[in-house]
Design a protein around this ligand. Structure first.
Ligand code: DX5
Ligand code: ZN
Length: 215
């Protein structure tokens, strides 16, 4: 079943609670982009904001950690109320990060940049809940979808099915009705979308339409 994950990166940070309420009926997960100005050239939010939002909503918090040192912050995210965290495979030491997330009771995600091959995440498929395949270079919302990543989505779908694994296959970056449909056809089942939802005149309707396009 396809799931929609609105990314609050594109919402008005001064009105995050309202933005979340607006899309909640169509949101299966809430995608929280955490950036440190090192792993990616942008700074966003961290555990204190997650903790504040946790008091406001019971939505599933899917925290995408684009930071150099996730090992130092995973417990803070768990404490703040994250449900799942994704760490980037490019950082290395993935088995230890997976172990740490499990121990904290977090759902375990591994994120993969567009230029990173499928082979880099393949060894971890048996140990994770979510595989995040980036369809833009991480760091900013509103970038153009990279169709060349669809080959990796197909590879991942084939391998997950071959091993009969229930790992969620998430795409993130430039997802709208058109590109979402391409990713769905390639085998993705969780669709992160920031600007196509929150920059729309009616974010709830935009999320609903995206859901219909990827169903
Ligand atoms: C980019 C982030 C994405 C971003 C997607 O680094 O990981 O989650 O919010 O935004 P859009 O949908 O606008 O590309
Ligand atoms: Zn993201």
């Amino acid at each position: 079943m396809a799931r929609i994950a609105p990314s609050i990166l594109s919402a008005d940070f001064a009105s995050l609670a309202d933005a979340i309420d607006q899309v909640k009926p169509e949101a299966d997960l809430l995608h929280v982009d955490v950036m440190d100005g090192h792993f990616v050239p942008n700074l966003t939010i961290g555990p204190p904001v997650v903790a504040s939002l946790r008091k406001h909503t019971d939505l599933y918090f899917d925290c995408h950690l684009m930071i150099d040192n996730p090992a130092e912050f995973l417990d803070d995210f768990a404490e703040a109320g994250a449900d799942g965290c994704s760490v980037h495979v490019e950082l290395g030491d993935v088995p230890e990060l997976i172990r740490q997330m499990r121990e904290l009771g977090l759902d375990v995600g591994v994120a993969v940049n567009p230029e990173t091959p499928f082979d880099a995440c393949e060894p971890y498929l048996d140990d994770i809940d979510l595989l995040l395949l980036m369809t833009v270079h991480p760091g900013f919302g509103g970038q153009e979808f990279m169709p060349e990543v669809m080959e990796k989505v197909r590879q991942a779908r084939a391998e997950l099915d071959r091993r009969n694994l229930g790992v969620a296959l998430q795409v993130d970056g430039g997802i709208n009705e058109q590109t979402g449909a391409l990713a769905a056809a390639a085998g993705a089942d969780v669709f992160v979308s920031g600007s196509a939802i929150f920059h729309a005149a009616d974010p709830l309707e935009a999320a609903r339409r995206l859901g219909a396009a990827v169903a």
